[in-house]
Design a protein around this ligand. Sequence first.
Ligand code: UDP
Length: 253
Amino acid sequence: MARRKLIYEGKAKILYEGPEPGTVVQYFKDDATAFNAEKKDVIEGKGVLNNRLSEFFMSGLNQIGVPTHFIRRLNMREQLVRSVEIIPLEVVVRNVAAGSLSKRLGIEEGTQLPRPIIEFYYKDDSLGDPLVTEEHIIAFGWAVQQDLDDMVALALRVNDFLSGVMLGVGIRLVDFKIEIGRVWDNDFQRLIVADEISPDSCRLWDIATGRKLDKDVFRRDLGDLADAYTEVARRLGVMPKSGGGTTGPKLVH
Ligand code: UDP
């Protein structure tokens, strides 16, 4: 059998050419990196968990009419997604102060924000993904005003969906990052959610105990990362059972 063609290898995922035109196979690695890849490790099982979790979030978004690149999961580590042209911005939505926002503005971690705050970071590892304004985005042609409006609308819908799903299983969605891609349907261009949605790109705090259930466990050496992600998957009922099925979320009352 011919080897499939590698399109791109990133820090946590590999993209291969998909079986049909316009599709891509997204492979989830076990590699964990932080601080622009200065800190690295291999966390056994992380790729399997993130493949399942991203499937869960993206297919839920598709079902409520928020378009994403997700088509279907192929196996333990791979999913079939639509090929998109990635907009070179990381779109961050924050509900609670943490991380770089707390550091930059001196707001204590855990402070509830008066409204969701959206930020854009320019995707460039050599620059350390700098925070940019809408003025920069338009002036440098990374997106046009209509794209920005669409990105904000998508980000807020993803925020409402994820916040609600997480609240249902006793988890506070502090913040998250998404990436957005451009697709063409006939002559019409539109923006869809791409990349992944997983505890690698969210901050998730247990409501009852404050325990961190996201990549900060790795960034800040707070314990076992796979244990934290397994807990998120278990609560959402997306832990692969021995028979291969999943149970769906168990709501916390
Ligand atoms: N984030 C991400 N990739 C990045 C930078 C941030 O997924 O390259 C996520 C991060 O996990 C958090 C949110 O975006 O959920 C906000 O991150 P922040 O700006 O606070 O940066 P950090 O403190 O993680 O450096």
